[in-house]
Design a protein around this ligand. Structure first.
Ligand SMILES: [Zn+2]
Length: 391
């Protein structure tokens, strides 16, 4: 579907409610959620393709995509947002994207701020060049963008390296549109340390004094704090320091892939108790390549639901195969040694594959209302509660 053309469902659906699911019911002593095996009569008459069309027509929210990084690398090819990305966004009917500023090691420390600002500049230049995107700073702007059939871009930051240890720069980035901040990637910075890609071994200490200041200032400015990547002690400290709903833009359950970078059952419950949302990552679903499947991806979703309910899970695909493929073999080996070898899910490697996920959710017995919450509505609830009207 072209972003400029009204979808059968009228674009991203904002008519969601806060009601609890009646499709997914808690049952059994272990608190697991289960769904009725037989679909409602009206659904039984509808072909699966039509049902996918209907659910897909209301759009998806993906809260983690390294778009600014790649637009920066493609800075000598203006128009890349439309020529390179738009076809996949349209095919997947992606309505809202968390566009993550991320500075690679090779630019740090001297060039961190410069590269991050250039990434922001590329996002603005590329979005301004097209009438199909809108950089959104408030919930109202997100709603307006979708009413106009534009793709809403929310600028996020993955690791505060661009700030150095200067809190004033956080205010500058906020002015530029930054609305979500994860303190770290897998490395240590002035705010804290990231969880590593192994079951244990990251620094035991939590946030630095600067990290605590960043958290406080984010809450004051209305920037959502993203718990993705932070090490276990830092996670715990952020939970204690903050009052608002907590989110993880992109992660997976340690139950299926036990690395610090992923999220434990206890952490999932902490997010749930605060009414937060966990975006499910499509890259780190299993340490075994053979288990990197859409079914395993849905296992992660079901696990989160079993612990905190249907209102706590969303999408944070973190599609990056295209970035990985661009790297020279030597850099790939270096990354694999330092982090991990990514295992991409063959039929869920880019945004155009969104329908494959919807099909799988249907096959696994999810009801329409629950699929809507996973694809978009839980994130929309977070935006409504945390990005406000901007006045
Ligand atoms: Zn990440």
């Amino acid at each position: 579907m072209a972003a400029g053309v009204a979808s059968p469902g009228g674009g991203l659906d904002f008519s969601w409610g806060r009601h609890c699911s009646t499709e997914t019911q808690k049952c059994g002593a272990n608190g697991h959620y289960c769904r009725s095996a037989a679909p409602p009569v009206t659904q039984a008459k509808e072909s699966i393709e039509k049902r996918i069309d209907r659910l897909h027509a209301s759009g998806l929210v993906d809260m983690h995509f390294d778009l600014p990084l790649d637009l920066y690398e493609k800075r000598n090819h203006p128009g890349a947002l439309v020529s390179h990305y738009l076809p996949e966004f349209e095919a997947g009917n992606i309505g809202v994207i968390g566009a993550a500023l991320y500075v690679e090691d090779r630019y740090l420390p001297e060039m961190g701020l410069r590269v991050a600002l250039d990434q922001v500049a590329r996002v603005y230049a590329e979005a301004d060049n097209s009438d199909q995107f809108a950089i959104c700073k408030t919930n109202e702007e997100i709603k307006r963008a979708r009413q106009e059939n534009k793709i809403a871009l929310i600028i996020t930051m993955e690791g505060v390296e661009p700030l150095g240890d200067d809190l004033d720069l956080l205010r500058v980035f906020h002015q530029l549109g930054l609305r979500m901040v994860g303190l770290t990637h897998a490395r240590r910075n002035a705010a804290g340390a990231g969880g590593i890609f192994a079951a244990s071994g990251s620094p035991r200490d939590g946030l630095t004094a600067f990290g605590r200041e960043v958290v406080g200032e984010c809450e004051r400015l209305g920037i959502i704090i993203d718990l993705a990547h932070i090490n276990p002690k830092g996670f715990e400290e952020i939970v204690e320091l903050t009052k608002k709903p907590l989110i993880v833009s992109h992660t997976n359950a340690r139950k299926f892939y036990d690395i610090e970078r992923n999220i434990s059952d206890e952490q999932i419950k902490m997010i749930g108790e605060r009414g937060g949302v966990i975006g499910m990552n499509a890259i780190l679903v299993s340490p075994n390549p053979g288990d990197s499947t859409i079914d395993r991806y849905v296992d992660h979703i079901e696990h989160v639901i079993s612990l905190i309910g249907i209102d706590g899970v969303g999408i944070g695909f973190d599609f990056c195969e295209y970035l990985f493929e661009q790297l020279p073999e030597s850099v790939r080996k270096e990354l694999a040694a330092k982090l991990t070898t990514p295992h991409f899910i063959p039929d869920l490697t880019n945004h155009s594959h969104a329908r494959n996920l919807i099909r799988k959710l249907i096959e696994r017995g999810f009801g329409d209302g629950d699929i809507g919450k996973i694809l978009r509505e839980n994130w929309l609830r977070v935006f409504e509660g945390m990005l406000g009207r901007g006045d």
